[in-house]
Unconditional design. Structure first.
Length: 401
């Protein structure tokens, strides 16, 4: 009955069932969180697989960040479902021709992989604490050892091999997990704003820059809270990563928009009217100008000038925050924007953001904050920065790979 009494303002010709926008801000948060998962794991893999030594101070932090955010990835979808208790049927009755049905298998595989890799990465700390701690906390660590207390050189080499191969397997796992979101949107032929072959790539590269940007903020804040020097070499490595991937992301998004306009399929006139009207500020200003072009120019300037010290820290951190805003706006403009354009191509709708409710603004904020709180708690049990207790901030170290 709610669908019959709920009306949304619109202009032009729209279908009666379009007066309710089904996918709310919770569905915006869902791809945003999965993007942070994939981006954080990318940083961990750059060190574990490709040997980027300057990223060592954040390698374990990136792994824990990916794990903590992954725990909350299914939650926005479960909140949106009318009967979330039936979600398990997705695994019990597989439907291989449905991209959304296969998500359960991708997510399950990736969570298990993250748990196993995290165990191998933190096994020396777990064994040390199990032998040193007593009481409930000691029992907790002894259970985590799984009966393996061997910290010999041979055992640690064995652990590193496992971490290496798990990280390799996790690269397609993490990127496939998020790329499938873009695949789902890009496959919807009925929506011109979504139907694009470049949509999976756009989602993937924007995910990488969002995850790296989040790690920049987390690393800088954690160093300030612990009152230790920030490794400028590590920070520059993260900045270079964002700088490189943001150029690719901008190029892909530009090509995607140009392709939609160039094809000129039915409904493109309404898209042009939409992006030049209601979507002008969210799309061109917040997503591109402020969130992408500005940090790109700022990072380029600092790289060109060889900026270091406090100016580098402040500049990179501000750029990272702007990138996080840009990626969120990209998710918003795709999910909400695609629904505000009528399927008839002759009308526009308006999405009204609710504050309360299971899919309201407050819940959406909690969905983003909850993984950060979880990360804070887990980092006290498994400190991700123990291997880098004395980072160097010298120019020589900052330039080393």
């Amino acid at each position: 009955m709610d669908h019959f009494i709920h009306y949304a303002p619109f202009t032009g010709w729209v279908y009666p069932n379009e007066t309710v926008i089904e996918w709310s801000v919770a569905i915006v948060v869902y791809p945003y969180i999965t993007g942070l998962v994939a981006g954080a794991f990318t940083v961990s893999s750059l060190y574990q697989v490709f040997g980027f030594q300057r990223l060592k101070p954040v390698a374990h932090l990136a792994l824990l960040t990916s794990l903590c955010f992954m725990f909350f990835v299914p939650l926005p979808l479960l909140l949106h479902l009318g009967h979330p208790e039936r979600a398990v049927n997705n695994l019990l009755t597989p439907h291989v021709t449905s991209a959304m049905a296969m998500f359960g298998y991708f997510a399950s595989f990736y969570i298990v992989l993250l748990l196993v890799e995290t165990w191998f990465a933190f096994r020396p700390h777990i064994v040390e604490q199990a032998q040193k701690r007593t009481g409930l906390l000691g029992t907790f660590y002894r259970v985590l050892t799984l009966g393996s207390y061997d910290l010999s050189e041979k055992a640690l080499r064995y652990d590193k091999k496992w971490i290496f191969w798990l990280a390799i397997a996790g690269i397609p796992g993490a990127h496939g997990l998020h790329g499938y979101v873009g695949f789902v949107f890009g496959s919807l032929k009925s929506r011109e704003w979504w139907s694009s072959d470049l949509m999976p790539a756009v989602f993937l590269f924007s995910a990488i820059i969002s995850g790296v940007a989040l790690l920049i903020v987390l690393y800088v804040v954690s160093c300030l809270l612990r009152r230790i020097p920030i490794d400028l070499g590590c920070l520059k490595g993260l900045a270079y990563t964002v700088w490189g991937f943001i150029m690719v992301a901008l190029l892909l998004e530009g090509l995607e928009f140009a392709n939609i306009i160039y094809k000129g399929r039915e409904g493109v006139e309404m898209i042009v009217e939409y992006v030049s009207g209601p979507l002008l500020i969210p799309y061109f200003i917040l997503q591109f100008a402020v969130g992408a072009v500005l940090p790109l120019l700022l990072l380029s300037y600092m790289i060109w000038r060889g900026t270091t010290g406090r100016a580098l820290i402040v500049g990179v951190t501000i750029s990272a925050c702007l990138v996080l805003l840009s990626v969120f706006m990209m998710r918003w403009n795709v999910v909400i924007g695609g629904q505000e354009i009528s399927k008839t191509g002759k009308g526009l709708l308006t999405y009204h953001l609710q504050v309360l409710g299971k899919e309201g603004l407050i819940v959406a904020i909690l969905l983003v904050v909850a993984p950060l709180i979880t990360l804070l708690g887990i980092s006290r049990l498994l400190p991700p920065w123990e291997e880098s207790t004395a980072p160097s901030s010298s120019p020589a170290h900052a330039g080393a790979r």
